[in-house]
Structures are given as C-alpha cells and as structure tokens.
Design a protein around this ligand. Sequence first.
Ligand code: AMP
Length: 301
Amino acid sequence: MRIVTSIATMQQLAKKWQRTGKRTGFVPTMGYLHAGHMSLVKRARQAAGKSGVVVVSIYVNPTQFGPQEDFSKYPRDLRRDFKLCREAGVDVVFTPADKEMYPGETRSRRCESADEPRFDKRGYSTYVVEEKLSQSMEGASRPTHFRGVTTVVAKLFNIVLPDVAVFGAKDWQQATIIKRMVADLNFPVKIIVAPTLRERDGLAMSSRNKYLVGDLRRQALVLWRAIQTAQAAVKRLKAVPAEKLKSDLKKLIKTEPDARLDYVEFFEPDTLAPVAKVMRGTHMALAVFIGNTRLIDNAKL
Ligand code: AMP
C-alpha cells in the first residue's frame, strides 16, 4: 500500500491509471476509520474490479467545520487507519496536508462568525456551492458545512480522478448533495451509496462515537429508538401526520437526561422535500446532541 501526501504525486498516479485503463474506486473519509468506512472500501473494490485500484483519502477538512465545532479535537489515528487500509487491500491512502489543500489558511485567527474568512488574500478563495438540497437539516444547523463538503469532494475528485466513488447512507443528505453536484457539474464519476453499518445494539458507527463515555454511550441509543418508534408507527397506522410523529419523538428524546434534539425531519429520499404525511418509504433523519456530541442518523421507514 502506498501512502501519498502530495497532490501532484496523487494526480500523476491517477493520470497513469487513466492512461493504462485501470478503474479507480475512491472512498473519501476524515479518518479514525471504523467498520462502516471499511464496508465502503469493500464496495469500492467490487466496483473497481480485480485489476482496478482503490484509493482512500484521509483528510479532516477544515472548511466543513463551523468555528465553534470540533475540528481541532476531531479524533485522529493515522497509524491505525493505515493498518486497517493495508489489511483491507487498499492500494493508495491519500492524506494531504492542510497547506496544500488550502494555501494561505490562517487557522490561528479566532473566527467569531461562520462567514469570516479563514484564508489570507493570497490564499484560497474558490468554493463549490449546492443551493437547494443543502438548505435544510444539516445545512440549516451548520450553515457552511455543505459548502465545505462539496468543495473538498470536488477537489478530491480532481486529484484522484476516480471512476467510482462510494459514500455512506449514514450521511444521507451529504450523499444526495454529492450526487446532485456530480450531475450538475458533469463530473465523470459514478456515485455509489452504501448502507449504514451499526453496532450490535443499533447505534450507527461513527468516528464521533469515541466521545461517548460512560452513560452517554447508552443514552446515544435514543437515536436508534426514535427510528424504530417511527418505523413501528408507520407499520401500525400506514400514514402518520409528520407533526404528530415529530412531537412524539421529541418527547422520547427528552427521556434521556443528556439528550437534546436538534432536528427530526421526514422527507422524500431523493429530493429531500419534506412530507406532511409519513408513510412507508418516507425517509427520516435526525440530529441529537448527547452531552456535547452531536450525532446524526437516518433511515427509510
Ligand atoms: P467521515 O469519515 O465521517 O467523513 O465518513 C466518510 C464516509 O464514510 C462517508 O461517506 C460516510 O457517510 C461514511 N460512513 C460513516 N459512517 C458510516 C457507517 N456507520 N456506515 C456506512 N458508512 C459510513
């Protein structure tokens, strides 16, 4: 397995693969890898084929974190990540430095508002913005988040030149926005969305689960319980008013002492359009603070 940190080297490799007709499967991540990430790697391997190559990027992207969020303390363990990738048969791990991805970043500056530029004038100033699907849910709670995501994914696509890229259904809105970006901007990349991997008790795997110490780990199960409650209601009643179900789930979340609901939404899976009546096939997503840790989950009902 090769570890590449330079953008130029990664691009040269990618161009060589293109010239020689090797299919490239790509899995972008922020590292601190778990079984959920590795299931995407497996899917990428399938899609690239035996003679193809699999690239995993590990990059904690500063532009997708708000000023008050956990960028600096986001969990990192590159040695362990490399080991997991090596064992999974990954060909290249691409792990670029901030100063190459975003030249001119002035991270020492304290940002008071989300809009304050973090880059000096000679540095970075181009962004990719999806304007519709990114307004609700994660976009409403984290105003500059998706701008950071679409920008870094576009950059990574231009660096890795993948034929196929695999994203997790765990971040449903993100995957939907990436598919839209790829269609709108004509990236020659096929997007695959792979299912959410869960712990045995139902908690969706996430790098941020590391923050859940002591009783918080137990309380975090309330997200899965909320999904199961909605699933049971839809099964029992066929069509449930979204507002009624939201208020029931709010109450459920409140039963855990350190849980605070950020949002719960019911929507059409492809367009993310909110629905008034929740039915079989409606998609549900929620974000809940468990102590200081913000967790998200979603499911088709
Ligand atoms: P992250 O490192 O959190 O940015 O995630 C990188 C990719 O892994 C994204 O496409 C996520 O949706 C995906 N992912 C994260 N958690 C899971 C999970 N539990 N199951 C499947 N995919 C996941």
